[in-house]
Design a protein around this ligand. Structure first.
Ligand code: MG
Length: 241
């Protein structure tokens, strides 16, 4: 199996004796929804509205942070201070409104097939997102019927720190009632990969955006793949472990 050397490397690094994936932890934006281009436009515009420069590349580099953390990151860079709670709220509301006005709900190609295949094989599925974008969260059930419910979702409303802290993935392990070596993370963002790796979970990075593969690999991704379709193709291997 092609993955064997990656698994050996994972075991060596974490000290676990075996890897037996029972739960699959999915990020949302850029993994289940092809939504990142819209987030990039919305963040750039909402921050420009308060005089803060934030380009598309920076949005992709900061993807995974909560809204609060993203605004603070931008303010630190431009003003050398964090934003007030009021500024954060106003900017995030503005960003969410811009996002809603431009975004189409685009499921990531092959995401449905991936979720259904794992579900049919008795694997646990958990959503782990830094997003608090209700317009997208509410579309999950429509787009992927029978997969998600309140019990298997970790969103920005549940966490204190958010990615890149391992917290959201540790919460997901608890929800699925599995150990780190019994789970798999599927991410697209550098900070999301960092969070999965910090939680000691075998982490797939799907490079569905504009960043170079090396950025995802350097965060410690166990495997970097170009798409959800590529991930779909190796599921039969994962089911055999
Ligand atoms: Mg993402």
């Amino acid at each position: 199996m092609e993955m064997q050397s990656n698994i050996q490397e994972y075991l060596k690094k974490t000290g676990f004796k075996e890897f037996s994936p029972k739960a699959f932890l999915f990020d949302m934006d850029g993994v289940l929804f092809d939504s990142m281009p819209f987030h990039a436009i919305a963040w750039k515009q909402a921050l420009a509205n308060v005089g803060v420069q934030f380009d598309e590349y920076t949005v992709y580099m900061n993807e995974g942070r909560t809204g609060k953390s993203t605004v603070n990151e931008a303010f630190e860079k431009q003003y050398n201070r964090t934003a007030t709670d009021e500024e954060i709220q106003n900017i995030y509301n503005d960003k969410a409104a811009i996002f809603c006005s431009i975004a189409e709900t685009r499921p990531m190609p092959f995401a449905k097939e991936v979720l259904n295949l794992l579900h049919a094989n008795g694997k646990k599925i958990v959503l782990v997102t830094g997003s608090g974008q209700k317009s997208l969260l509410s579309k999950l059930n429509e787009t992927y019927p029978g997969i998600f419910n309140n019990e298997n979702m970790v969103t920005s409303f549940d966490v204190k720190y958010g990615k890149p802290h391992p917290e959201p993935y540790l919460m997901a392990l608890q929800k699925a009632n599995v150990k780190p070596n019994e789970a798999v993370v599927v991410e697209n963002a550098p900070l999301g990969v960092r969070a999965g790796v910090a939680a000691n979970i075998f982490t797939f990075a799907l490079n569905t955006g504009i960043l170079q593969d090396e950025i995802l690999a350097n965060e410690g991704a166990n495997i970097v793949l170009p798409s959800m379709q590529a991930f779909h193709e190796i599921i039969p291997d994962l089911l055999q472990i």
